[in-house]
Design a protein around this ligand. Structure first.
Ligand code: HAM
Length: 427
């Protein structure tokens, strides 16, 4: 095996460099801004948690816990896992930090998640989510607010062709009633179900509804629908969510098979779907819903919650590399070594302006520095030479058109006016 192969990233994991890194940062910045505008505060939880946090939160019978976790024993023989999602960790944090008495809490987080799934385009073993969680509100408008936030964000990111799929998994009473009706129906076809679905008939029958196997799907096509088992309270809640979305002009499609791959949902579930890159079918860019029971499941009080997570990798596919286009850069160049300190001081002053990157190229000699600036797309250079310093001046040379300054224009500017000049030229 060559060294290059040996040092490739682990399967399903990758580096973000160049355009990918720029688009990642652009999306995170964009979502941070929108989350803040909707009143969410940042929190960060560890990437590694006790395995029991995820088993308790996500559900023992889910694929994530059953076969997709990166779990191992640490040096003290404690079972720990890389987080496969953020919600269980955030609930753990709400309780560990004794914040259950100071509600509501509206939080956002972002970063890597890990699932040992079959990698393909848009599905990775290390992927990135931007999540939002809202604790302490039973009001259906909290569900609506989160959906509206996604709608707003996807418009802002100029992502077209997205469909919002909406469902409810009802309350506890709805689900226990529905599970028995569903199992009764599915048992008639038990022998025809896929091995996974056959197993789920005993452990988690509602998950059979979103099986990808063709025969399972045919069987489920005629299965009783959860919407017919809703309690009056669950139906009322779902109706109110729909009425508000319609009032706001947010289009959605009801998908009664949308049960989601995590066991914690209660009432509203939703996914925003986009066309798969380069192939048939759709994939989810955002998934979420209400999970009123989870805080109590962790030993906390009865606190309602609703949340969602954007899949950043999939947003990156949808946005394309243009989204991450870098802002403009300028460079400060000293002509001789003797001018280096003075030039660096000017660069430091210009770095206070913000909104424009200020480079201080290290190459030997002004010709090599200029060549580097040309190649790197620098818009203008500030040249600092001995004669100019004596007169307290610098020469600004535009390498590209910037506002009224055509490429190749040279302007002599006093050192004490350079910040003002650059500010006016670029911002
Ligand atoms: P999820 O549906 O499992 O929900 O994931 C949310 C989003 O993460 C998906 O819609 C998808 O865009 C992205 N995603 C999931 N797995 C992968 C993967 N292997 N590769 C690339 N992207 C992926 C959750 O994780 C819940 N915690 C959301 C939530 C928050 N519900 C309530 N609060």
């Amino acid at each position: 095996m060559s060294d290059l192969v040996k040092f490739a990233p682990v399967r399903g994991m990758r580096d973000f460099i160049g355009d990918d890194a720029a688009v990642y940062l652009f999306i995170v910045d964009f979502l941070r801004d929108i989350a803040t505008r909707y009143g969410y505060n940042f929190l960060e939880t560890p990437i590694l948690e006790s395995t029991s946090v995820f088993a308790r939160g996500i559900g023992e019978e889910t694929d994530i816990i059953g076969k997709e976790m990166f779990s191992f024993c640490d040096r003290s023989e404690n079972s720990v896992s890389l987080r496969p999602e953020g919600t269980a960790s955030v609930v753990r944090a709400l309780i560990s930090n004794k914040l259950t008495q100071t509600l509501p809490q509206k939080w956002f987080y972002y970063g890597p998640m890990f699932r040992y799934d079959r990698p393909q385009k848009g599905r990775y073993r290390q992927f990135y989510q931007f999540g939002l969680e809202y604790f302490g509100s039973y009001d259906h408008m909290s569900d609506v607010e989160l959906i509206a936030l996604v709608d707003d964000a996807l418009r802002g990111l100029k992502i077209d062709g997205i469909q919002l799929k909406l469902n409810t998994v009802g309350d506890n009473e709805t689900r226990s009633q529905y599970k028995s009706v569903l199992v009764e129906y599915l048992e008639k076809y038990e022998a025809e179900l896929s091995p996974d679905s056959m197993r789920r008939l005993k452990t988690n029958p509602m998950r059979i509804l979103d099986s990808k196997e063709q025969r399972d799907q045919e069987i489920c096509g005629n299965a009783p629908k959860i919407l017919d088992s809703l309690t009056p309270e669950a139906r009322d809640f779902f109706n109110k969510v729909q009425e508000a979305l319609s009032f706001l002009g947010i289009t959605y499609e009801i998908d009664h098979t949308l049960v989601r791959g995590l066991d914690y949902y209660d009432h509203t579930t939703f996914e925003f779907k986009m066309k798969k890159p380069d192939e048939e079918g759709t994939i989810a860019v955002v998934g979420g819903g209400r999970y009123n029971g989870m805080v109590q499941q962790f030993g906390g009080p009865n606190i309602p919650a609703v949340g969602l997570a954007f899949g950043i990798d999939r947003l990156m596919l949808a946005c394309g590399s243009a989204a991450g286009q870098k802002g403009q850069a300028i460079a400060v160049l000293n002509v001789d070594d003797a001018d280096q300190n003075e030039a660096f001081k000017i660069a430091q002053e210009l770095r206070q302006i913000g909104g424009v990157s200020v480079l201080f190229p290290h190459q030997d000699g002004i010709t090599k520095k200029l060549r580097f600036c040309d190649k790197s797309g620098v818009s203008c250079v500030v040249i600092v030479g001995e004669a100019e310093i004596k007169k307290q001046e610098v020469t600004v040379k535009f390498l590209q058109q910037v506002k009224q300054f055509a490429a190749s224009t040279e302007v002599v500017v006093r050192i004490d006016a350079i910040s003002d000049f650059i500010h006016k030229a670029f911002l």
